[in-house]
Structures are given as C-alpha cells and as structure tokens.
Design a protein around this ligand. Structure first.
Ligand SMILES: [Zn+2]
Ligand SMILES: [Zn+2]
Length: 310
C-alpha cells in the first residue's frame, strides 16, 4: 500500500478542524497533539516559536480516552484546553511520565485540572526505580520552591509503578514500556490499539546494544515514532556524548531498521532555532522521506494502520 503522511491539521481553519476532530473521535481514530516539543528547558524566544518553546508533552486521544506522555511546560496549556472542553464534566486521563528531569515534570504544578475538582481523576504511570512520582511531585512543590503545596490539588491521583512490560489499559488499548539509555534512566512507550500504534521514545542516547535493541523493539512496525532529535549528528560526535540524547541520523536508522512508518523528531535542542530545525528536516528527508519535526500545536491523525495491521 502507498504510504500517505499522517494527516496534519495545523493549518486548517478552526471550524474545519473541529469537524474533522469530531468525526475522527466518532470513528475511533487515534489523534495526537503536541503541546511541548522542546528539550531540556523552555525557550520562548521569537526565533524558536514556529516549532515552539514548551518542554515535552504529547496528548493522544482514542475515542473518549485521553493519554498524555510527559508533563513538561506544555502540560499547562493542555490543562487549559481540557478545562475549556470539560464544561464542568470530570476529566480523566492516563498520564505516562518517562523520567523526572525538569523538562518532563515542570508543568505538573501548573496543570489546572489537578486543582479544579475532586471528580477529576488522573492515573499516573511511571517507574519508581529512582523515586516514586508521588514523592517527586511533593518535592517539586515543597517550600521554598513553590508557593502552594500538593494538598491544594483536589483531583483524585492514582500512581502505578511500571517496569518493562505490557499493560492493558482497557478498550483494546495496550501500553508497552522499555528502558532507554539516559542518565538516571528513561522509559520509552508504545501505545497500541486497533486504530494505530504510536511510539514515544525520547531522551535516549544511541550506542549501547541493549538500549539500541529496546528502542527498535518498541518502534517495530509502528505507524509513528516520536524520537529524540536533540542534537545534530556532528554536535553529538564533537561534545555531547554521554548526555543521554540522540540525533536525527539515528532516528532514521531506527525507522529503517524497525519498519516504523513515520519519524517525528522531538525534544529539540534549546539552541536549535526554527531555521536550523527546517534544515534538519530537509536533510533527513534525503535519507528517508517520511520525517518531520514536532511543532507545538501540531495535530496528526493515525488511521491507516487499522486496515494494514489487523
Ligand atoms: Zn528531556
Ligand atoms: Zn532527561
């Protein structure tokens, strides 16, 4: 079957967007929206704004279910959107946290739906190998780092400790997790449903045979691979070894070796402005055509997998 790029909705008019989204939710299509795509630290400078300055946060919708990958500063505007949409109805989401570096948790204290209502429920999934997420959340909001403490959060919070393996999430949706190569560890996630397979694997340094295999197993045959494209290959070689990140060339190696269909470069370096990211995408497409860079606000729909994979 001819490959077609996942549908991008960024440039559609809002009205058309809403129609498409409403239709896709009815159809059970997997929708993915990027709320934060920057690595390491927020970068709200004008030269970065087309791709965006907020740190890691990706939303996935499947029918009525909501899944979120990481809680960087992009988690805050996602919360605003959910408050806007809920119109007083409870918000329920599964939230997967890859690891506890700032750029993956800093949005938590600013996520409105955690404070709004006792009816809201958030199911957090992450490894407790270094610390429990509950403790991380308490610590990040402790005096003197934050003005209010966690007791202000009314929403119900459940914490699930996950290690490598597969966990059914109901409604024929499964999450598979594997460790990636990153200081203090980082988990990669594969969200499988009959409508499509999405892999979220960021903060991963290539070069270790076990982890190289892990990321390829996660990506095997996926419709979309969201992958760490922090550095240029030459930056990595020259001075960034051991910092726990990857580059676009390795992303292409992974999709070509794993049979993933599309690569989305993610976790852009704070020093990479829009013009540089454009150049990266252009160059990467010389090696593999189905590459793009994640941008804040970008939405994609995954649907063709249903026919092919099941
Ligand atoms: Zn990171
Ligand atoms: Zn990290």
């Amino acid at each position: 079957m001819e490959w077609e790029p996942a549908e991008e909705l960024t440039n559609e008019s809002t009205r058309r967007k809403m129609t498409i989204l409403a239709k896709s939710v009815r159809m059970g299509l997997m929708r993915v929206k990027f709320w934060g795509v920057r690595g390491s630290t927020p970068t709200p400078q004008p030269e970065n704004l087309r791709y965006g300055g907020n740190t890691s946060c990706v939303e996935v919708r499947l029918k009525d279910a909501l899944y979120v990958f990481d809680c960087g500063t992009g988690f805050r505007p996602l919360g605003q959107q959910l408050e806007h949409e809920s119109k007083g109805k409870p918000v329920l989401a599964h939230i997967f946290v890859s690891h506890f570096h700032w750029d993956h948790i800093q949005g938590i204290p600013f996520f409105g739906p955690l404070y709004d209502s006792a009816e809201n429920r958030f199911i957090f999934h992450c490894s407790s190998r270094t610390r429990s997420l509950k403790r991380v959340m308490e610590e990040q909001m402790a005096s003197p780092y934050f003005p209010v403490d966690m007791s202000e959060m009314k929403a119900r919070r459940d914490f699930y400790d996950i290690e490598e393996g597969r966990v059914p999430l109901g409604d024929e949706v499964t999450i598979e997790t594997r460790w990636l190569n990153h200081p203090q560890g980082c988990m990669g996630f594969r969200l499988e449903s009959k409508h499509g397979v999405l892999v979220y694997a960021t903060d991963n340094e290539p070069g270790d045979p076990i982890f190289d295999k892990n990321v390829r197993k996660l990506a095997a045959g996926a419709d979309v691979l969201i992958y760490d494209g922090q550095y240029l290959p030459e930056e990595y070689e020259a001075r960034k070894r051991g910092w726990g990140h990857s580059h676009w060339r390795e992303g292409i190696n992974i999709v070509m070796e794993s049979g993933a269909k599309e690569l989305i470069l993610f976790h852009h370096d704070p020093d990479h402005d829009d013009a540089l990211i454009d150049k990266v995408v252009q160059e990467a497409r010389n090696y593999y055509p189905r590459v793009r860079a994640a941008a804040e606000g970008m939405e994609i729909g995954i649907e063709q997998a249903a026919a092919q994979a099941h």
